[in-house]
Design a protein around this ligand. Structure first.
Ligand code: FPP
Length: 257
């Protein structure tokens, strides 16, 4: 339910605050993951360069972080760059690698102030040094915050994460630190980058694409999916609440009845 701006102040249309008020506090997803898609198409529709869409998308990251925190969501994971995104034109990759710096350069003080903790999953070591510096600083400056975790999936791939976990397990088995009998789903999860974050309860993907794109493949076994046609730069707090309201109507059975 994306409402045009001019309807939002109309008394018949619930305001953001009214909608937030109606969210059932006891059934808020603890972990929300988002595939922020459609930046390029948003820009193309406006005859702008693709990177203009990424830049606009960065502002939406702030908006959604603030409302997620307000709703008491514990972890917000945002897919900012996949291991496959290196295939994009060099200039676009360079721009995407500068975005964390720009985002954190502007908003880190606000995140610190809001008690948000910044974390990252993905291959940190293969990021350019300037991106590593910005992300490391944000993680360091917010490490004592115990509010919402804003977790960027950056240079992240689900298959590669699973493969690393398997390698870690084989290594520990060979070292005698782990026996195969001890290996169960919980133990396997402890070798993943998300071991302290838990599995997402809700996945949101924007821009009308209906696929996972190598995102948290193990972790999404029982995640609720919610898709919208809105491009990420057009996504806003009302769209986020649409997703949450729908989530609260779902019955999660985890394979039971
Ligand atoms: C997918 O849209 C989007 C990305 C690959 C980048 C996502 C990055 C942001 C939203 C910016 C915020 C990032 C940080 C770190 C604050 P697309 O380019 O594939 O869009 P298209 O499918 O329309 O071409």
């Amino acid at each position: 339910m994306v409402k045009p701006f001019f309807f939002r102040n109309h008394p018949a249309v619930p305001s953001l605050e009214e909608r937030i008020e109606k969210i059932k506090k006891e059934n808020v997803p603890a972990h929300v993951a988002i595939i922020m898609d459609g930046n390029g198409r948003w820009a193309k529709k406006r005859s702008l360069p693709r990177v203009a869409g990424h830049h606009e998308g960065m502002k939406v990251v702030r908006k959604i972080t603030i409302i997620a925190d307000k709703l008491n969501i514990k972890v917000l994971t945002l897919y900012a760059f996949s291991t496959e995104n290196w295939k994009r034109p060099k200039k676009e990759v360079e721009y995407l690698m500068k975005l964390p710096e720009e985002f954190l350069g502007i908003y880190l003080p606000e995140l610190v102030e809001k008690n948000v903790r910044v974390q990252m999953i993905g291959d940190f070591d293969s990021l350019p040094p300037h991106t590593r510096r910005a992300v490391r600083k944000a993680m360091e400056d917010t490490k004592d915050n115990d509010g919402m975790i804003l977790n960027f999936a950056l240079n992240y791939g689900g298959r590669s994460e699973i493969l690393s976990a398997v390698k870690g397990i084989v290594r520990d088995v060979n070292l005698g630190k782990l026996s195969l009998d001890q290996l169960d789903e919980e133990r396997f999860s402890s070798y993943l980058m998300t071991h302290q974050l838990g599995d997402p309860d809700l996945l949101i993907r924007t821009s009308g694409e209906l696929r996972l794109s190598n995102f948290m493949l193990w972790q999404m076994a029982y995640t609720e999916f919610w898709f919208t046609d809105a491009y990420w730069p057009d996504f806003d707090e009302h769209c986020f609440l649409d997703a949450l309201e729908e989530y609260q109507k779902r019955s999660r059975r985890f394979g039971g009845i």
